[in-house]
Ligand binder design. Structure first.
Ligand SMILES: Cc1cc2nc3c(=O)[nH]c(=O)nc-3n(C[C@H](O)[C@H](O)[C@H](O)COP(=O)(O)OP(=O)(O)OC[C@H]3O[C@@H](n4cnc5c(N)ncnc54)[C@H](O)[C@@H]3O)c2cc1C
Ligand code: FES
Length: 352
């Protein structure tokens, strides 16, 4: 099957696929034209397979000029991308990439001595590794602590690499955490958010990066802000939300109608009271929504027609920041941040 990039997409070739653990594959992709691909460490990209299905992945390497990215992909049984990747030798295959997206990037506005804490679960280590490579190559002396959690030792597939790094760099500390360790395990037990809270570090000046399981990200945010006084704006996160979870519920008590316009043509769609607008629009193929509704990618941006715009609650801080970064117009909103209610029944918006 051939790949035809849409505007804003780039064609990449899978050049290396190796095993990092029982179910994690390291996939190296190179731009097909050999030109550079720029992103900020901690961001993610959306990979589109030849059959059109898109999934988000976070580069695990610092950005270079050679147009090469390294992904760590956990294979999920029955998952679409996972089945494609493991179904045959995909070396040499072409895919298209869009992005980069996301704001879980190195914060340059904080004091250079502010301590940094990184929390990752499973393949959430990928964007943290990229951030770490960038930070260490800049020769900064900020104290950095990385907490990496998994179920068993097999999940911490780069443990030897980070152990060695911690021996080399005096200001870098690595804390592996296992939820289901063997009896002989000498390290931390439980979850990464428990491990950092148990140490009770001062977070007054700190920056925290959290990547991986949505449960860990939500739990860490709540505990670090509530129990350790972290400023919410210094908690940067990418939750690896599965695409299937963002699908709109199919049978719900109160169905509302929206009118989505694409190239001027109106399409009525049904959505459910209480659910966000984005999944219905994504399912109808009207937009992408690649970050799963985290307000991090901007691919769900729509133009809301008057008088509906005035009926919406004003954008929250995260939405406002992303809309500003995208040079948006006043009528632009993120569909993933709009929760449908009966006042919005009949809302009209433009998807292009
Ligand atoms: C911002 C972001 C960054 C990410 N970065 C990474 C990364 O660096 N590495 C990484 O490994 N992942 C990452 N992810 C997750 C990744 O995008 C995919 O969600 C993941 O790889 C699974 O994709 P899949 O197509 O294999 O599975 P999917 O087809 O999406 O299925 C996911 C799971 O749901 C199950 N499932 C499928 N269909 C159904 C159904 N109808 N009902 C119930 N269950 C079902 C599958 O069996 C599977 O277990 C990231 C996600 C986001 C949002
Ligand atoms: S889905 Fe990514 S910003 Fe809305």
């Amino acid at each position: 099957m051939t790949v035809a990039p849409s505007p804003g997409e780039r064609v990449f070739r899978l050049t290396e696929i190796t095993s990092l653990s029982t179910d994690v594959r390291r996939v190296v992709l190179n731009t097909a034209d050999g030109a550079a691909f720029f992103y900020r460490e901690g961001q993610f990209v959306s990979v589109r397979l030849p059959d059109g299905v898109q999934r988000s992945y976070s580069p695990a390497n610092a950005c270079g000029a050679e147009g090469r990215i390294e992904l760590h992909i956990r294979l999920l049984r029955g998952g679409h991308f996972s089945t494609w990747l493991s179904g045959a030798d995909r070396t040499g295959s072409l895919v298209t990439l869009s992005g980069p997206y996301g704001e879980c990037v190195w914060q340059t506005s904080v004091p250079t001595q502010a301590p940094v804490f990184m929390l990752g679960t499973g393949t959430g280590i990928a964007p943290l590794k990229a951030l770490l490579e960038k930070a260490l190559s800049a020769d900064g002396l900020q104290p950095i602590t990385l907490y990496w959690g998994g179920r068993t030792l097999d999940d911490l597939y780069l443990r030897a690499h980070f152990d060695a790094l911690a021996r080399e760099r005096a200001h870098f500390r690595f804390v592996p955490v296992l939820a289901e360790p063997t009896e002989t395990w000498q390290g931390q037990r439980g979850f990464v958010q428990d491990a950092i809270v148990a140490e009770r570090p001062s977070l007054a000046q700190a920056v925290v990066y959290a990547c991986g399981s949505p449960l860990m990200v939500a739990g860490a945010r709540a505990r670090l802000v509530d129990e350790l006084g972290l400023a919410p704006s210094r908690f940067l996160a990418d939750a690896f939300i599965p695409a299937v979870v963002t699908a709109a519920p199919t049978c719900e008590p109160l169905a509302l109608t929206i009118r989505a316009h694409l190239n001027g043509e109106a399409r009525p769609l049904a959505v459910t009271a209480g659910s966000p607008l984005m999944p219905a629009l994504a399912q109808a193929g009207l937009l992408a929504g690649v970050c799963g509704g985290q307000g991090a990618c901007g691919t769900c941006r729509v133009r809301v027609r008057p008088p509906w715009l005035e009926r919406l609650a004003p954008p929250g801080r995260q939405e406002a920041r992303l809309l500003r970064a995208l040079d948006s117009l006043p009528e632009h909103r993120l569909a993933c941040q709009i929760a449908m209610n009966t006042d919005l029944n009949g809302i009209q918006l433009d998807c292009n």
